[in-house]
Structures are given as C-alpha cells and as structure tokens.
Design a protein around this ligand. Structure first.
Ligand code: AP5
Length: 219
C-alpha cells in the first residue's frame, strides 16, 4: 500500500498514520517529524527548516523534495509507505509522481481527512507530543495515562512551537491556498478517497481502513 494522507493541520494525519502504519506493517513517512528531528538535532537541514516551521510556512520545495526522495528510496519503503504531510502543493505532488515512476511504482490512494477549522484550533491547542517516540496526545480528547508523560517512553511530553493560535491560523491559510488544490489534483487522477475526520480516533481509523481496503481492492 502506497498512500498519502492529506488534510489541514490538526486533522489527525499523524495520529492516523501512526496507527495505520503499524497495522499495515509499513513505515509512516512524516515530513514534519523528519524536519522536527533535524531541528532538535541541530543539523544543517534543521537550521534551514526551522524559520519556515516557526512561522507556519512551507519549507522550500527543493529541500523537502530531496529529503523525501532519499527517504522513499530506503529498503523499508519498498513494500509500501504512508506519507503524512507530503505532498503539500501541486509542485511537490508532481515531484512525487516522478520519484515513484523512477522507483517503478505509483500511489494507490490519497486519503483526505476532512474537519472544520474551529475543531482544528481546539485540537492543536491541546496537542502534546512525545520527544522520544513521536506519539501524539491531546490533553482532553486523548490524554496519556499519567499526566504529561508518554505511555510508551515515560518521557515528558512537549507542546509544539507552531501550535500557538496565531501560527495555527496562518498554517490554515497556507493549507487553503497551497495544499487544498491537491484534492482536485488527485480526484482528477482517480486516486482520492475522502473521509470525515470527526468523531473518536477509533471511528476515524475505521473509516480510514475501509477507504484504504477499498482502494487496495480497486487497484
Ligand atoms: P506537519 O508536522 O506536517 O504539521 P501539519 O500538517 O500542520 O499537521 P499537524 O501535525 O499539525 O496535524 P495532524 O493532522 O498530523 O494532526 P495530529 O494527528 O497531530 O508540518 C509542520 C511544519 O513542517 C509545516 O508547517 C512546514 O513548515 C513543515 N513541513 C512539513 N511538511 C512539509 C512539506 N511537505 N513541505 C514543506 N514544508 C513542510 O492531531 C492533532 C491533535 O488532535 C492531537 O492532539 C491529537 O491527539 C488530536 N486528535 C487527533 N484525532 C482526533 C480525533 N478524532 N478527535 C479528537 N482529537 C483528535
């Protein structure tokens, strides 16, 4: 299964990608997670990405595309992957098509997670993440067993820099202007499956699995 998850910030892409990747035994490839790991590791890539991320803007395509090309060429992605947060604009989608054609493969499905903007603001302002394993929680909707600590690692959870309300609003604008056109782009190619990303995490997972299974059966 080669799938892309697309949806506004806070739609639950990372949450669902983690669950689905584990159930399907394929890697979750999250450009946001790769950038954040590079920022906290102080790498050259992290230094380039940080100023864009802090503002809520997209990191330039040449940086992002090269990073994804390297990641998808690794052995663990040969049997499939779930892309979370890439592509983010039409130019990245075209590059992804070329990367996959060079690897002699193609996408099976693009899963759009749909949720309204006020819900997104509530979700992101309560989000907490584990610095060790990347697992995402919500203080109210999906709390850890022990307050402020990861269930897997016991590490202290942190709040992302770009989850302040004004940056969230800017990220939503960037989504509307640059990423939302991908819905039409992939619908025109017969790859789009749209699900409601509201309700519990488990309900969204059930809808996502049904859409992915249908895409697998159709392809
Ligand atoms: P990225 O990390 O990709 O951020 P994003 O797209 O803004 O998405 P989020 O991670 O904020 O949300 P999500 O949909 O994954 O939601 P989550 O599952 O965490 O990108 C960050 C930055 O990196 C970008 O701004 C950009 O600078 C850069 N970047 C990344 N990719 C790039 C690219 N391709 N090109 C250029 N730049 C790029 O859930 C959110 C919260 O809601 C959590 O607290 C969760 O517990 C909760 N939640 C989840 N599901 C539910 C539910 N069903 N009900 C209630 N709460 C829920």
């Amino acid at each position: 299964m080669r799938a892309v998850l697309v949806g506004p910030p806070g739609a639950g892409k990372g949450t669902q990608a983690q669950i689905l990747a584990s159930e399907l035994s394929i890697p979750k490839v999250s450009t946001g997670d790769i950038f954040r790991a590079n920022v906290s590791g102080g790498t050259e890539l992290g230094k380039k990405a940080k100023e864009y991320m802090d503002r809520g803007d997209l990191v330039p395509d040449e940086v992002t595309n090269a990073m994804v090309k390297d990641r998808l060429a690794r052995d663990d992605a040969a049997a499939g992957f779930l892309l979370d947060g890439f592509p983010r604009n039409v130019a990245q989608a075209e590059t992804l098509g070329t990367i996959l054609a060079d690897l002699d493969t193609s996408l099976d499905v693009v899963l759009e997670l749909r949720v309204d903007e006020e819900e997104v603001v509530k979700r992101l302002s309560g989000r907490r993440s584990c610095p060790e394993c990347g697992r995402v929680y919500h203080v109210e909707y999906d709390p850890p067993n022990a307050e402020g600590r990861c269930d897997n690692e016991g590490a202290e959870l942190y709040q992302r820099e770009d989850d302040r309300e004004e940056t969230i609003r800017h990220r939503l604008e960037v989504y509307r202007e640059q990423t939302a056109p991908l819905v039409e782009f992939y619908a025109a190619r017969g790859l789009l499956a749209t699900i409601a990303a509201t309700g519990s995490v488990e309900e969204v997972t059930a809808r996502a699995k049904a859409a992915i299974e249908k895409a697998g059966a159709d392809s």
